[in-house]
Ligand binder design. Structure first.
Ligand code: ADE
Ligand code: ZN
Length: 327
């Protein structure tokens, strides 16, 4: 069977990875030791055993606790380099990384420390691994729009070090319209715009993310199926959805992979992509997500694999020149 090899070897882009979600338990412990940070778990095994989530919030609580070991530029560099090595091994040719500056600046870590560490890793990955990458700054939606606007101001001196903004963290009760002003400002600045919508939140959040925030891609978006007219619109407008299969299972968005709708969305002509979201927490990087999808949904074959990889390249914010080198 050639399918496993195709899934592994085809060039692909990763468009939905929270770099703080790539922090493996071993690195959390190593950084805690290096920085003298106390952890609530006695061992790597005890920490990993705590990775049993019931919903998005139960994950976010432990994800923010894990990020508390990140203090120095070197920490952000080491975290991102570990991810880039995994991505390159999976034949990811280009990665667009989300980062959550508020998680760090609210602990007193300067914005510059965060973005300089990530930028230096990005440059090193290009040089040493031939992997291209870019950064997308995410606003935490459980915090206020005023806090997001303040974060944007803090980020502006580093405008050339990130290509866009996104919206993540607790979705329910924090609709896109809460961030209409900050997204309008980012649009004026020429930043790319994306938002998490329709992961745990309702299909309406996908519509308001598109219509009010004017995002170019929807992160997750799997709950679009609850509105047939929206599914038709997403297909007609070819709005990319950055779907995260293993994440959806671990956070109980679907009960098991054979229940996942990624195959149906792909068959309906939506511009669906496969991504890892928070690979250290959800049990796998890019190729483990591809394997899980194709094992769980046996109706999918090489034609679907090729389409998913092509979608990821087309939906990326890379230059047309770069894209044509990957297809
Ligand atoms: N932050 C990190 N991973 C996330 C997810 N899957 N949804 C919302 N916010 C996140
Ligand atoms: Zn996400």
């Amino acid at each position: 069977d050639e399918l496993p090899r195709l899934l592994r070897d085809m060039p692909k882009c990763e468009l939905h990875i929270h770099i703080e979600g790539s922090l493996e338990p071993e690195l959390i412990f190593a950084l805690a030791q290096r920085n003298g940070v106390a952890l609530a778990y006695p061992s790597v095994e005890a920490l990993r055993d705590a990775y049993a989530f019931t919903d998005l919030q139960s994950f976010l609580d432990i994800y923010y606790a894990g990020a508390s070991v990140l203090l120095k530029e070197e920490d952000f560099f080491d975290m991102a380099m570990a991810y880039f090595r995994k991505a390159a091994a999976d034949n990811v040719v280009h990665a667009e990384l989300f980062f959550d500056p508020q998680t760090h600046t609210d602990r007193g870590v300067p914005f510059k420390t965060v973005i300089d560490g990530l930028t230096r890793a990005s440059e090193t990955a290009q040089r040493e691994l031939g992997l291209s990458s870019a950064l997308i700054l995410c606003f935490l939606r459980h915090l206020s729009e005023e806090a997001a606007l303040a974060t944007l101001e803090e980020a502006l001196p580093y405008r050339d070090q990130f290509i866009g903004v996104g919206l993540d963290s607790s979705e329910r009760g924090h609709p896109p319209e809460k961030f209409a002003r900050v997204f309008a400002r980012c649009r004026e600045l020429g930043l790319h715009l994306v938002a998490h919508a329709g992961e745990e939140g309702p299909a309406e959040y996908i519509e308001t993310a598109l219509d009010l925030l004017k995002v170019e891609r929807i992160d997750h978006g799997v709950r679009c199926v609850e509105k047939p007219a929206l599914v038709e619109r997403l297909a007609a407008e070819q709005v990319p959805l950055t779907v995260c299969p293993l994440s959806n299972i671990k956070l109980c968005v679907f009960s098991s992979m054979d229940q996942h709708n990624i195959g149906a969305l792909l068959e309906a002509g939506l511009k669906v992509t496969v991504n890892s979201d928070d690979p250290a927490y959800f049990g796998g990087y890019m190729n483990e997500n591809f394997d899980a999808v194709f094992n769980g949904l046996p109706q999918l074959g090489p034609r679907h694999a090729y389409q998913l990889a092509l979608n990821s390249i087309e939906a990326s914010f890379a230059s047309d020149e770069a894209k044509s080198a990957w297809v």
